[in-house]
Design a protein around this ligand. Structure first.
Ligand code: ADP
Ligand code: MG
Length: 347
C-alpha cells in the first residue's frame, strides 16, 4: 500500500468511424515516491494515451477507458468526475507536453501565466504568487527571471519555452510530473540540459516522474525503471540495469540495437523491420511476431504471458518459456549492452 501510483490492467479504446481502435490493451505498472519511470516505445504504441488516462484527459466521447484502475495513493482516478480530476491535475499530477507552444498562451505574459495557476490552484494572493513565479523561473534556470516575467512566449527560444512549461508544471508541487516526449522538438544539447534540469528538480522536490519517449537512448541517464511498450501493451518492465544489461524481449533488443552509439558505424545499426500493427485489428498472438525474426510458432497463435525474470524484471515473450529454444540477442545489441556495462550508462 506504500505505492504512490498503481495502474492495473488499464485498457483504453477509441470508437472511430472505422471501428474500435484498441490503443491501450491491459497496461499495469506502479510508481514509488520520488521515482522516475520511463515509458519507451515506437510512435503509436500507446504511450500518450496511457498518460492522458492518468491525467483524466482521454478525449470524450470517442475515447473510453474500457477497464482498469489508476490508483493514486489508493484512490481510483478512473472513478473521479471531471471536476475532481481538474483539482487533481492542479495539485497532485501535472504534465509537460511535447510541444511547449501548445501549452502556453501566446497572448499572455509568461509571468501572468504562472501567477494565474498559483492564484487559482494554490489559493495564493498575487503578491506571493509573483514571488513564487520568479522563484520557479529561477529554479528552471531562466536568467533574469524578473525581466522574463514581463515577456511573451515568442520572446523565448524553444529550450527556454520548455523550461517555462516545466516551471508551470512544478508550480503546484506535484506528486507526479508526467513528461510526454518533452524534448523531442529540441536539439540534442538542449535536450540534455532539459533532462539534467528535470533530474535536479526531482532531487529538490521529490516528485515522481513518468518520462515518455520513443528514444531508449535518453533513458539510461534519467530513469530508475523502464517500461517498454508495444502495440498497447507493456512487453518488458525492469530497472534500467535489467533493460540495458539483460534485455529479454526481442522488441527491446530492436530498440537497443537501433540506438546509435559513439563508436559504431551506421551500418551496424539493427533496425526493426516493418511497422507497428493497426490497432483497429491487433494481431492474434504476440503482436510483435510479424516483425520478429526470433518469433516461434506459438507467437502466431497465443499471446505470451508476462514471464518473471527476477523480482524486478518481467518480459512478455515466449522465448522465456522453459521449453523455448535458447536465443541470444544479435551481436550489435550485445555490443551495446557491453558498452553500457563499460560506461555505467554515462555514455
Ligand atoms: P504514442 O504516444 O505511443 O506515439 P498514442 O498513445 O498517441 O501513441 O496512440 C496509440 C494509438 O491510439 C495509435 O494507434 C493512435 O492512432 C490511436 N489514437 C490516439 N488518439 C486517438 C484518437 N483521438 N482517436 C483515434 N485513435 C487514436
Ligand atoms: Mg505520443
Amino acid at each position: 500500500m506504500s505505492k504512490l501510483l498503481e495502474v492495473k490492467d488499464l485498457a483504453v479504446s477509441f470508437n472511430t468511424y472505422n471501428g474500435e481502435v484498441q490503443a491501450v490493451r491491459g497496461v499495469s505498472f506502479d510508481l514509488d515516491k520520488g521515482e522516475t519511470l520511463a515509458i519507451v516505445g515506437e510512435s503509436g504504441s500507446g504511450k500518450s494515451v496511457t498518460t492522458s488516462a492518468l491525467m483524466g484527459l482521454v478525449p470524450k466521447p470517442q475515447g473510453v477507458i474500457k477497464s482498469g484502475e489508476i490508483l493514486l495513493e489508493g484512490e481510483d482516478l478512473v472513478k473521479k468526475s471531471n471536476k475532481e480530476m481538474q483539482k487533481i491535475r492542479g495539485k497532485d499530477i501535472s504534465m509537460v507536453f511535447q510541444n511547449p507552444l501548445s501549452s502556453l498562451n501566446p497572448t499572455m505574459k509568461i509571468g501572468n501565466q504562472i501567477i494565474e495557476g498559483l492564484v487559482k490552484h494554490q489559493n495564493m494572493n498575487r503578491t506571493d504568487a509573483k514571488k513564487r513565479a520568479i522563484e520557479l523561473l529561477d529554479q528552471v534556470g531562466i536568467p533574469n527571471p524578473e525581466i522574463r516575467m514581463k515577456q511573451y512566449p515568442h520572446q523565448f527560444s524553444g529550450g527556454m519555452r520548455q523550461r517555462v512549461v516545466i516551471a508551470i508544471a512544478l508550480a503546484c508541487n506535484p506528486k507526479i510530473l508526467i513528461a510526454d516526449e518533452p524534448t523531442t522538438a529540441l536539439d540534442v544539447t538542449i535536450q540534455a540540459q532539459i533532462l539534467e534540469l528535470m533530474k535536479d528538480i526531482q532531487k529538490e522536490t521529490e516528485s515522481a516522474i513518468v518520462f515518455i519517449t520513443h528514444d531508449l537512448g535518453v533513458v539510461a541517464n534519467v530513469a530508475d525503471r523502464v517500461a517498454v511498450m508495444y502495440a498497447g501493451k507493456i512487453v518488458e518492465y525492469g530497472t534500467v540495469d535489467d533493460i540495458f544489461y539483460n534485455p529479454k524481449h526481442p522488441y527491446t533488443w530492436g530498440l537497443l540495437g537501433s540506438m546509435p552509439t559513439l563508436d559504431s558505424d551506421d551500418e551496424e545499426l539493427y533496425a526493426i523491420p516493418g511497422s507497428p500493427p493497426d490497432m483497429l485489428n491487433p494481431p492474434k498472438g504476440d503482436a510483435f511476431a510479424p516483425r520478429n525474426k526470433f518469433a516461434l510458432e506459438i507467437d502466431g497463435v497465443m499471446e505470451p504471458p508476462m514471464f518473471k525474470v527476477s523480482d524486478s524484471h518481467y518480459a512478455a515473450t515466449w522465448l522465456l518459456h522453459e521449453d523455448a529454444p535458447k536465443m541470444e540477442p544479435p551481436e550489435s545489441v550485445k555490443k551495446r549492452m557491453q558498452g553500457f556495462a563499460n560506461t555505467g550508462g554515462e555514455e
